[in-house]
Design a protein around this ligand. Structure first.
Ligand code: PMP
Length: 359
């Protein structure tokens, strides 16, 4: 690089790219389905659309920077003080803020790998260091190894549950044992982006857990269960000093007026939205059972997606999916993550998995 031009910080070149899920391939005479970004396949509820449309007329004005009505609605919904909340531009915005607020350059952030690909991006962008702890063979977090990876430089540990892209969740018993071993000055982020899809014994009660620990923050999102991925709204639940630090570093006006309105309307329509989540969970059960019947050893799936460990067959699997009109999310040389989508899309996945297992 020419030294007489402006140079970004030396580690900016180390930031891994974020690979967004591909859109469906357009093929004449064939509907294609996007199963590559863990989105909600249902169209928005009319009431949510109306609320967003009503807010469109205020686009010449800045949003309510304090997002007062959204904070109040979240506080009421989860029975937490508004001072324990922080809203952001998606929960990925919260991950950025957490690392920025808690890490000095060179500080370490421990997380499972493979997990959400934005973690190392946010960590490197903040000048902090990523410490990746391999997931177990069944895709679960190796929580003991994660505790063992904590050093004097560790400021944050990220627990992604359910884990994107492998699928399993930690149990409350496992999380409690883990928290008992993590030093109290280390912040534990429980990324619950898919929490509404969890159906298991001994499931984590995030709110009870944050109440019991001064170093626990939950991150959640309207993108998945509530179907607002395009509007970018996430929220953190944390002890007041942590929530205040997140709000302090937040992007001013980061959550738009339409996004705030749609999120509030979604909370008001929560029963209808959670019925859809139930339907997606039923589809997930059908898909996982079908895959296992076809001989696939897929990990427990607690989110709205299924993980296929494929190694060097990953690209072939993704190409075969594309031929059938479903777009999956390949991770080169590792595997593919496939979202639970429309019934027809899920049928095609089962068709693909049946054919591919035999090929
Ligand atoms: N956490 C996890 C584990 C995710 O998979 C995602 C989305 N892929 C996010 C956070 C971020 O979602 P959003 O920014 O849309 O809230």
């Amino acid at each position: 690089p020419r030294s007489n031009t402006p140079q970004p910080r030396s580690n900016i070149g180390d930031i891994p790219p974020y690979v967004a899920g591909k859109p469906p391939t357009v093929r004449p005479g064939m509907t294609s389905y996007k199963l590559s970004s863990n989105e909600n396949p249902y169209p928005p509820l009319p009431g949510v659309v109306e609320a967003a449309q009503a807010a469109v007329g205020q686009m010449n004005r800045y949003p309510d920077m304090g997002a007062t009505a959204l904070y109040a609605a979240l506080g009421e919904r989860f029975g937490v003080p508004v001072g324990d909340l922080s809203v952001a531009t998606g929960s990925v915005g919260l991950i950025y803020q957490l690392v920025q607020a808690f890490c000095d350059p060179g500080d370490e952030v421990v997380f499972a790998w493979r997990s959400f690909e934005a973690y190392p991006i946010a960590i490197t962008a903040a000048g902090a260091a990523s410490v990746r702890v391999p997931v177990l063979a069944d895709g679960r977090h190796d929580l003991d190894a994660m505790v063992d990876a904590i050093t004097d430089r560790t400021k944050v540990v990220l627990v992604c549950t359910p884990n994107n892209p492998t699928g399993p969740s930690v149990t409350q018993t496992e999380l409690d044992a883990f928290l008992a071993r993590v030093p109290s000055h280390v912040l534990v982020v429980v990324d619950e982006a898919y929490v509404e899809f969890v159906r298991m014994d001994d499931a984590v009660d995030g709110i009870a857990t944050y109440r019991a620990h001064e170093n626990v923050v939950l991150t959640r999102t309207f993108s998945k269960a509530y179907g607002l991925a395009g509007f970018r709204v996430g929220y953190a639940v944390a002890p007041a000093p942590i929530a205040a630090a997140l709000r302090a570093v937040s992007l001013p006006f980061g959550v738009s007026t339409v996004a705030q309105a749609a999120a509030i309307a979604s909370l008001e329509s929560e029963a209808a939205l959670l019925e859809r989540v139930d339907a997606l969970v039923a589809e997930r059960s059908r898909v996982v059972a079908g895959l296992r019947a076809a001989g696939w050893d897929v990990p427990d799936a607690q989110g709205n997606f299924v993980w296929f460990e494929l190694g060097d067959r990953t690209a072939d699997f993704a190409a075969a999916a594309d031929e059938l009109g479903i777009v999956v999310r390949p991770f080169a040389g590792e595997g593919a993550r496939v979202s639970i989508g429309e019934t027809e899309a899920n049928d095609r996945l089962l068709q693909l998995a049946g054919a591919f297992a035999r090929s």
